[in-house]
Design a protein around this ligand. Structure first.
Ligand code: 5RP
Length: 221
């Protein structure tokens, strides 16, 4: 039987094929991305540098001698590689399970192409089983949570502070049948910094590790 970790690793290894040499790329955060960084290092493929979405990713890049650059230092990112907590058939995603959604969304917006890497358990017909992470300014956490009651059941991620010094409220049992609208509506609440719905910044390609191999999926429209 193929384990979830094996499926993640197979997707991560396959994704290296989509990394152009001698370009800048963006790199997300999480266990699948960690496997991608290892696979990129093992491949010997040379990139100009990587924009990192978190301290954890930066540490791993340094360990493998992959040069890190700041987003402000580059004009173009050829590709952004990241995992997801859920991804639907149009390749809209819920992200932020690891709490790095703010920088992840910024880098995804900046990149020419978003390649999502995941195991098959993440590929769903409808988003919303996974709680939606919402990054908030700490002083506004109660104010924001009261507003989020209109969308679902908010729960503060206790003891968690993001790399940017904010808190995360996870919203359970949401109706995410209109991801684009919900993404915008939540970001309009004062005190919300960003939310983990990636509907505007959906992936361009999904590299999905399955029990019987890796499938490369384009958005179904
Ligand atoms: C971090 C993320 C990750 O991409 C997401 O949580 C998936 O993580 P993993 O690869 O460990 O399953 O959005 O903020």
């Amino acid at each position: 039987m193929t384990t979830q970790d094996e499926m993640k690793r197979n997707a991560a290894v396959k994704a290296v094929e989509y990394v152009p040499e001698n370009e800048y790329i963006g790199i997300g955060t999480g266990s699948t991305v960690n496997m991608f960084i290892e696979a990129l290092a093992a491949s010997g493929k040379k990139i100009k540098g990587a924009v990192s979405s978190s301290k954890a990713t930066s540490e791993l890049l340094a360990k493998y001698d992959i040069p890190e650059v700041l987003l402000s230092e580059v004009l173009q990112l050829a590709v952004y590689i990241d995992g997801a907590d859920e991804v639907n058939h149009t390749l809209q995603m819920i992200k932020g399970g690891g709490g790095a959604l703010l920088k992840e969304k910024i880098i995804a917006t900046a990149a020419d192409k978003f390649i999502c890497i995941a195991d098959e358990s993440k590929y769903v017909s409808r988003l919303g089983k996974f709680p939606l992470p919402v990054e908030v300014i700490p002083m506004a956490r109660s104010l924001v949570s009261r507003q989020l009651l209109k969308f679902g059941e908010p729960e503060l991620r206790i003891g968690f502070i993001t790399d940017s010094g904010h808190e995360i409220v996870d919203v359970h049992n949401m109706d995410l049948s209109r991801p684009l609208t919900t993404e915008d509506q939540i970001n309009l609440i004062s005190g919300v910094v960003e939310n983990g719905l990636f509907a505007r910044d959906a992936a361009d390609l999904l590299v999905l590790g399955r029990a019987d191999g890796v499938e490369v999926i384009k958005p179904h429209v």
